[in-house]
Design a protein around this ligand. Structure first.
Ligand code: SER
Length: 442
């Protein structure tokens, strides 16, 4: 009740040098939590554009094999800035999931932080005690990055499998248990030395992936089967003239293309161009990575503008910037595909040579760096291809080679190459449900 509907902030993150992109709904409120900024409201709801491709929250390597991870995703959240705290946050979440979303209560599990007796007790008003589990820092203490607001959290999990097999031991372990919502009890500010200082006023930050709640509502066990992604994947299938069986057999490539083109579409709409540094590198990398998968599935011409077109058509109502910049988005993607196509064949020949010459199954960092700086092959693609062949890449060595090159050239980067060694990690209801969900909680 009484939550201000606040628009998503743009993807590129300007306030925090440790983040390239917004990685959670709370980013735009970080200073409010810290007491450094005042807003005319003390409760808010958002549907925030997020990218998890660098730093603490990085889902890149999961995209493709995983049914539920994305680079770009939309995070729904409600926030309290020193207004309500644990009791109301838990009650609002429960009401929203069980009454507004009408989820099956018998499939829900919740988790609390190791020593959070208060949260456990509050949950007991809603759910049987044996459905409340305790986990440690990794699962139940949320931090935005290496510094900033943080606190213990309580997660809500939905069981997707056969009821006869449901068990407490599966939560946070098995894929059938889908984490759908994270309620963070914002209580501390973490400093660079790791110390925690209590926030001026305890606050609430919640985050629910639109992709995941859509999956549950639409009755799937895979985000990519929802209508958030199928229009784009249908375009890929049409262009490749694949049968349904071929589409299924190539599911990793379909998912990577669907995910990465969506990410590129939104990142470009928010003003980023492909380049060699920071957010620009990430954009270049996702376009090139999708192009490489596309090439493997039979594309010999730029194809991604058509896929971007499906997203612009389906998501343009909620995000008018996509419509306003449609031609620019398509042109930017196509140009990057063309640029990559000019060097890709040669880069793959070079990589083949490297694999033949590498005796100990680990590509040295300076060699991986040269594959990008000289041949345009992003580290993330080198890593994909190396792993397919049972090799690894010395990524720490890559960082050293990059830094040495930057030092030698005095330019901050060989051809400006400065990022790219970090891995990318990630998660939406029907398009017309998005607003309702974002504002319907609390
Ligand atoms: N910040 C928390 C998360 O990203 C809850 O919104 O999971």
């Amino acid at each position: 009740m009484g939550h201000e509907e606040v628009a998503s902030s743009p993807l590129p993150q300007k306030d925090n040098p440790t983040l390239l992109f917004n990685n959670a709904g709370m980013n735009q409120f970080a200073k409010v939590f810290l007491g450094q900024e005042k807003r005319p409201y003390s409760r808010a709801v958002t549907s925030q554009k997020c990218m998890r491709v660098s730093g603490k929250h990085n889902d890149l390597t999961s995209v493709g094999p995983s049914p539920r991870h994305h680079t770009f995703f939309e995070m729904l959240g409600n926030f309290s800035f020193g207004d309500y705290f644990k009791k109301d946050a838990i009650q609002y979440a429960w009401e929203f999931l069980t009454e507004v979303m009408e989820l099956d209560k018998s499939r829900l599990w919740v988790s609390v932080y190791t020593d959070d007796d208060e949260a456990e007790e509050l949950w007991q008003a809603h759910i049987a005690p044996e459905r409340i589990l305790r986990f440690g820092k990794k699962e139940n203490f949320w931090e935005m990055g290496d510094v900033g607001p943080c606190g213990p959290c309580s997660e809500i999990h939905y069981y997707l499998g056969d009821m006869a097999d449901m068990k407490a031991e599966g939560v946070n372990v098995e894929d059938d248990y889908l984490e759908i919502w994270n309620l963070v009890f914002m209580q501390y500010e973490k400093a660079a030395d790791g110390s925690l200082t209590p926030l001026p006023r305890p606050s609430i930050d919640t985050g629910m992936g639109l992709e995941r709640i859509t999956q549950v509502k639409q009755g799937f066990t895979n985000n990519y089967d929802t209508d958030l992604f199928t229009p784009a994947m249908d375009v890929v299938q049409e262009l490749l003239r694949h049968s349904d069986e071929e589409r299924k057999a190539n599911y990793v490539g379909y998912r990577v293309i669907a995910d990465h083109v969506r990410a590129a579409t939104f990142v470009i709409a928010d003003g980023v161009r492909p380049g060699n540094d920071g957010a620009e590198y990430v954009l270049r990398m996702v376009i090139r990575r999708a192009a490489r998968f596309g090439r493997d599935m039979g594309f010999s011409q730029p194809f991604m503008a058509h896929v971007a077109g499906a997203y612009i058509q389906h998501m343009g109502e909620a995000y008018p910037e996509l419509i306003a910049q449609m031609e620019h988005i398509k042109r930017t993607i196509t140009q990057e595909e063309e640029r990559f196509a000019r060097t890709l064949d040669n880069a793959l020949v070079q990589l083949e040579r490297v694999l033949e010459e590498t005796a100990d199954k680990q590509i040295p960092g300076n060699v991986a760096f040269d594959l990008y700086a000289t041949h345009g092959l992003p580290l993330e693609i080198t890593r994909d291809l190396a792993e397919e062949r049972g090799f690894t890449v010395d990524e720490a060595g890559y960082v050293v080679a990059k830094a040495e090159h930057a030092l030698a050239s005095g330019s901050g980067g060989v051809q400006g190459v400065r990022v790219g060694w970090q891995h990318l990690q990630p998660n939406r209801p029907r398009f017309n449900q998005r607003r309702q969900i974002a504002s319907g909680r609390g």
